[in-house]
Design a protein around this ligand. Sequence first.
Ligand code: ADP
Ligand code: MG
Length: 477
Amino acid sequence: MEWETVIGLEIHAQLNTVSKIFSGAATAYGAEPNRQACAVDLGLPGVLPVLNAGVVEKAVMLGLAIDARIAPRSVFARKNYFYPDLPKGYQISQYELPIVAEGHLDIDREDGGRKRIGVTRAHLEEDAGKSLHEGFAAMTGIDLNRAGTPLVEIVSEPDLRSAKEAVAYMKKLHALVRYLGISDGNMQEGSFRCDANVSVRPKGQQAFGTRTEIKNLNSFRFVERAINFEVERQIDLLEAGGTVVQETRLYDPDRDETRSMRSKEEANDYRYFPDPDLLPVVIHPEFVDAIRGRLPELPDAKRDRFISEYGLSAYDAGSLTASREMADYFEAVAAGCDAPKLAANWVMGEFTAALNRSELVVEHSPVPAGALAQLLVRIQDETISGKIAKEVFEAMWAGEGDADAIIDARGLKQITDTGAIDAIIDEVIAANPAQVEQFRSGKDKVFGFFVGQVMKKTRGKANPAQVNERLRTRLQG
Ligand code: ADP
Ligand code: MG
């Protein structure tokens, strides 16, 4: 039987406010355990939460960016459950009235088209503390620093049909929060994590199958692998005559499998009720309009502009706008050398490869945009060939100086002096009479051999176009 996969993602993004969602305690990552949780975060008696206005503003930015409805009135609710990292016994979240609802995000499909993914809702909530299992022999430590860190939970419609689509959606959302500057999106530190709801159904069937929820996936690779494993597991189960149990599962990257964690609780198990300590959040249209006016250019708009303004292909424009930093870098290079397509090729090619090799992000590149632009100018004014430019780039990356300094120091200036090139060509022709004979009897293939010889003799420094032209003339002559 042919099966269809159905996926809906619940993504948690930490909002990058300096202080917590309901208290003045710091949100900075990596402090010594239990130094950044105050009485409010712990829910001690006699203290009251106060909503951080910055959190509301960031949620509204997100809502506008996904074309959603911003609720004029939203309500915080208590979600009650017991867990050691939740000393209050409840998490403050939003339930019936979330701050953002009914948005959407477009993802790029593999066939080049686009697909619209519905966003059911995005609500505000506080993060819980953390259980630490490291270095405690048979014990677990509780670190409450994270308690009260602001989160926005973004819930998608079950519109995703493959692990690849799920990853594309997650990446798109990740880029979006970073463009908006509302979250650092740091996945290693847990600032951006995902629960994947997965089910399968016979192709053509209308009703959804029973789903499982894989908790807390914190890398794109794990999301893809966990979903693929889970889809296979469910299909095998159903084809063997079994049924899928609705439950929460954990992904184990070491074994590349998902395992049952607990049976799924229903919403009514949480006994949600409006938090009596917090007022409803009332948002006026003027507040929304002011934020709309401050939104930066978003990935889709930037991508479209790169296509129309720089004449880039949709693919190139898409990869260059995948992050704001990369897009800014590209634009600075393009402006500096006045050759957008050359800039695009270099930024996506050599530059990205070098970043990957050095495991660096754009912001920490040892070659600033202006320096790369200067190198590309030297290709255009024919001081060096594209091939030599790669050598110069490596040296720039290694910190040997700017393009001109390296070209000088290494004597890489291209030979464009026709006389000099002709002399070398003549040497090569004289040294290879057999190949000359072959060429003249119609074997055009040996032409490449001559080009290679000339380039070798000049250590790659001869102007390739010139070599081609002069060589042909002299060989035919
Ligand atoms: P809960 O609040 O219990 O987690 P929701 O109904 O709010 O459940 O859905 C949570 C997520 O699960 C959403 O992203 C939704 O799109 C997704 N989802 C719901 N039903 C299915 C299904 N049958 N298969 C896959 N995903 C689903
Ligand atoms: Mg859920």
